[in-house]
Design a binder for this molecule. Structure first.
Ligand code: AMP
Length: 337
């Protein structure tokens, strides 16, 4: 049965080059969520679950994380039923990581109600030997010291993408700065960029991070899409898919990252053009995640739905210029002179 599901997923993958898997290191846990549209108790959460379920639509995913023995088998099965490789998952004595959050009217802002690190408190990422050669690496939001431990173990990756959160900007900024220096692409949300750079202006804040060394900074702006500030490609702006019902925004950022890194790995392409397309893939995948609680919607997205949504993005920003006749053009030129 398991094999059949795996085969079906391979068929659905948007893979061109399945030899470029992605490695993700981050949290895996149980979330309790409250939004104006309902509540969910101890459902599958953590940064790696959202990332993996998004990235598996593009390529094979290798997970490094930790859970306790109380982590439900059904969630493990869900992840393994795709192309998600859990050989790097440590199962240790103790309770699984738990996070509880709520969103009020402004669904762009998550309010943390409770964080129980549990087995995550003593976690040190240990990469299986063959994971160390993974070319595409996503350092999901974990303590920056652990992100550095991952970088010590990988061998010459082609692309390192790093995420973080307000907690580490507050408590571990020098270590986080070292991570940002060593990343190729930094993924942060707008509030985090402002907080890190101490700048109200996102472009200035993004450029300050770029000055540390990464090739690009991608700023996630929730319902307002994403902004790329790049060393070799200037500024690129992507809208968010106009959703009229956002039920739970948890995991939007991590599934954006899954679409973004997953796409680049599947094409084995880190060119500026590919990075722009990857941002649109990230926005498209994230737009499904927010339609329902937890990973419920994300886990069911088909490649047909994903490609249809991807193509909507082109029309969101396309516009036709006014017809300018030869006469009016020369008239305009005379006026300008
Ligand atoms: P986001 O994509 O930013 O909405 O990420 C949501 C996920 O981050 C949730 O599933 C949480 O379990 C996870 N999370 C929240 N706080 C932390 C933390 N301090 N460390 C690691 N993961 C966290």
């Amino acid at each position: 049965m398991r094999l059949w599901v795996r085969a079906r997923w391979r068929h659905h993958q948007l893979i061109v080059n399945p030899r470029s898997p992605v490695l993700v290191v981050g949290s895996l846990g149980l979330d309790t969520l409250k939004t104006p549209f309902g509540e969910a108790h101890e459902i599958l959460g953590g940064t790696t679950s959202y990332f993996s379920l998004a990235a598996r639509m593009y390529t094979d995913v290798r997970v490094v994380a930790v859970v306790g023995h109380d982590f439900p088998q059904e969630y493990r099965d869900l992840l393994e039923s795709g192309s998600v490789d859990l050989r790097g998952l440590q199962v240790t004595e103790g309770k699984t990581f738990r996070w509880s959050g709520q969103y009020r009217f402004d669904m762009n802002v998550a309010e943390t109600l409770d964080t129980q690190l549990n087995v995550f408190a003593d976690f040190h990422p240990r990469l299986p030997e063959d994971y160390r050669r993974t070319q595409y690496v996503f350092l999901a939001n974990i303590h920056p010291a652990l992100q550095l431990e991952v970088l010590e173990q990988v061998q010459q990756p082609k692309l390192v993408v790093a995420d973080s959160m307000n907690l580490w900007i507050d408590t571990a900024k020098p270590t986080l700065t070292e991570v940002l220096r060593r990343a190729d692409v930094v993924l942060l949300n707008d509030g985090e960029v402002r907080q890190y750079a101490g700048s109200a202006n996102l472009i200035a804040g993004g450029r300050a991070i770029l000055d540390l060394g990464p090739r690009a900074v991608v700023i996630k702006k929730g319902e307002h899409g994403a902004l790329l500030i790049s060393r070799d490609d200037g500024v690129f702006v992507a809208p968010a898919f106009p959703q009229d019902e956002v039920r739970d925004p948890t995991g939007a950022g991590d599934s954006f990252a899954g679409g973004f890194v997953g796409y680049l790995a599947s094409r084995d392409d880190v060119s500026s053009e590919a990075i722009r397309r990857a941002i649109i893939h990230g926005c498209a995948v994230a737009s499904f995640t927010v339609e329902d609680f937890g990973v419920r919607r994300l886990a069911e997205v088909t490649s047909r739905e994903l490609l249809a949504r991807y193509s909507v993005f082109r029309s969101l920003t396309q516009f036709v210029d006014e017809q300018v006749t030869a006469d009016s053009r020369s008239e305009g030129r005379q006026k300008i002179r």
